[in-house]
Design a protein around this ligand. Structure first.
Ligand code: ATP
Ligand code: MG
Length: 580
């Protein structure tokens, strides 16, 4: 019943845009076609909020058998860069969406957009204005007071045409003139008070190079590009609601090929992080994080490097749905989607993050004399035994692997306590535990260094408990993960945690970096992971038993020096921690 309610809730949430589209199809609008677009500005890396927009735009297109264009809204060369274009392409692909043959660029329409601007001027719907930025702000008025008309507003059409052409030809310096739409300085909507549609910017563009020194503004470019591509439904975030009258005005005033419908939805916000590119850029530039793909960032490149899967990301976007109301979503929900997905797909392995040496004193030894060695040093070599371990206890089809048991093992330091209370079910002097897929062992002696730190445990094993089974029904309460010295290799492990300590990092501060979590990265050296992981592909998820999900780092890990990232813990431990 509860499930049904959740489903219904999701449908309802998912459906406000879909139901508009559905109705349009019923009415035969746009000949029943659905074409959407995802229009990033290439001025930073994509983040989880963008993933929502991607899933929505591509998802709607898929569902209604239409198509979704990937279009770069590249009208501001001052902030844009090819590296951002490349990363966006790779991120959308990673999320699993297909934009077809062609990638679209607003800059491909610069010539068309220029013609649209000429059309407006010729209709006396646009004029060249020489007010400075500051003057324009003063003339604009406020929410309660109307604006004032620019002295240039009644310039003749011919003069406007001449000046606009000369702007294009590079005769003026940046800021000397702008082209403005001639709408209504008294409009209650400030966006309609003669908005700037072209500005002079003597700057090379990543794609058009030095061809242009005037660039169209976002609002002018966006709707007209939509129309040039035959977009039927232009889905955007709520802050564009007040821009919709301008979107519609422009499309009505020029001979645009079609008039797409702009529909707004609420931005996604997540707690314990920041999401706007400007803020992410600040974190990157001030070295609070290690680049745009730092695994702590909510960028797609970051979560990917951290070990998130596209399936989990898409599922999350589906569950949260689409609404008209802004909200802050609990990042725990995203992590749960991730756990659900990784639980299904991640093979189980064993790794010890803070190793404590365990010597099995009754383990048999082989003596190997090394005859090629002149000094004939006798080398003690411990006998090793291969045991079977399941790759996924609930999924026998994922098979088994061999793990090595030998005289020298490692367990977690935390799994031993010298003066253990009764309820401590792990290892303690005189107590017996099961080593997963291995044997039962009992702790006989504790070896300490001169400072009193426990450095080694001397234990015995029970040969009758091979595989971790008890032959006589003897019960042990604790089962520990472990590795053997021969069956493991060293590794570095990055324990990632939330980047911010505050649920809303921007609340009650003018500098959100003050809320950074100093423990968001704990780097552990000298960990031991099963040998089998030496070949782990980057970004592929493994469950380290009892510890969480991990993946090899795509940038740092190599066969010579393995580096693993913790993707997510097995359970949500944060809720507990923040209550302490
Ligand atoms: P930011 O504010 O993070 O810089 P933006 O809106 O400036 O984002 P664009 O590159 O212009 O980034 O966005 C591309 C598309 O992604 C737009 O349609 C935008 O509305 C959408 N988008 C951006 N952030 C979010 C978000 N948090 N939730 C949903 N959609 C988003
Ligand atoms: Mg933007």
């Amino acid at each position: 019943m509860e499930d049904d309610n959740i489903k219904e809730e999701n449908n309802r949430k998912n459906n406000f845009i879909k139901s508009i589209i559905n109705e349009d199809i019923q009415k035969g609008k746009n000949s029943g076609k659905v074409i959407t677009r995802f229009p990033p500005e290439p001025n930073g890396f994509l983040h989880i909020g963008h993933a929502k927009s991607i899933c929505l735009n591509f998802g709607v297109a898929q569902e209604f058998k239409g198509k979704c264009n990937l279009r770069f809204d590249d009208t501001n060369p001052a902030k844009e860069d090819q590296k951002y274009i490349d990363s966006i392409i790779s991120d959308v692909k990673w999320l699993g969406f297909d934009w077809g043959e062609k990638i679209y660029y607003a800059s491909d329409y610069f010539e068309n957009l220029y013609d649209f601007a000429l059309e407006l001027i010729k209709k006396d719907k646009a004029y060249v204005c020489s007010l400075t930025g500051e003057e324009m702000r003063q003339y604009r008025g406020t929410l309660t007071e109307p604006g004032k008309e620019s002295p240039d507003r009644n310039r003749s059409i011919d003069e406007n045409l001449d000046l606009f052409e000369r702007m294009r030809n590079g005769e003026f310096t940046d800021g000397a003139y702008v082209l403005r739409a001639k709408i209504d300085m008294a409009s209650p909507n400030i966006n309609m008070r003669d908005p700037v549609i072209y500005r002079i910017k003597k700057m090379s563009h990543p794609r058009t190079k030095d061809k242009w020194c005037i660039y169209p503004m976002y609002d002018f470019t966006h709707g007209l590009s939509d129309s040039l591509e035959g977009i039927t439904h232009s889905l955007c975030t709520l802050e564009f609601q007040d821009h919709r009258p301008l979107y519609d005005w422009l499309l009505d005033e020029v001979t645009a090929p079609c008039h797409p419908q702009q529909i707004e939805f609420a931005r996604m916000n997540l707690n314990y992080t920041v999401m706007s590119k400007r803020k992410l850029q600040k974190l990157v530039e001030n070295n609070h994080v290690d680049g745009w793909d730092d695994p702590r960032l909510p960028t797609i490149a970051g979560i990917r490097r951290r070990g998130y899967t596209p399936e989990a990301m898409r599922n999350f976007c589906n569950i949260i749905g689409v609404s008209k109301k802004e909200s802050r979503i609990d990042v725990g929900m995203l992590e749960n989607c991730l756990r659900d997905d990784l639980n299904e797909r991640a093979p189980r392995v064993m790794a010890v993050l803070k190793p404590l040496k365990v010597t099995i004193e009754n383990w048999q030894e082989q003596e190997n004399s090394n005859s090629s060695d002149k000094n004939s040093v006798k080398e003690e070599k411990s006998f090793i035994e291969e045991l079977d371990a399941q790759n996924h206890p609930q999924k026998p089809e994922m098979g088994t692997r061999k793990i090595i048991f030998s005289k020298t093992l490692f367990i977690e330091q935390d799994d031993f306590m010298e003066n253990a209370p009764k309820k401590f079910f792990r290892l303690a002097p005189g107590r017996e535990v099961r080593l997963r897929y291995g044997y039962f062992i009992t702790c006989k002696h504790v070896i300490k260094d001169k400072d009193g730190n426990v450095v080694e445990l001397i234990c015995t094993y029970d040969p009758a408990t091979r595989g971790g089974d008890s032959p006589d029904g003897r019960k042990v309460k604790g089962t520990l993960h472990w590795v053997s010295s021969e069956g493991s290799v060293p590794a570095t492990v990055n324990l990632y945690d939330r980047l911010f300590m505050a649920e809303d990092p921007e609340a009650e501060t003018d500098d959100f970096t003050k809320n950074l979590n100093p423990e968001s990265l704990v780097r552990l050296e000298g960990c031991r992971v099963e040998k089998y992981l030496a070949d782990a592909a980057p970004e592929k998820a493994y469950q380290f038993e009892r510890l969480g999900y991990f993946c090899a780092d795509s940038r740092e890990s190599s066969k010579e020096h393995l580096v693993f990232n913790r993707t997510v813990t097995l359970r949500d431990t944060w809720a507990k921690v923040s209550q302490q």
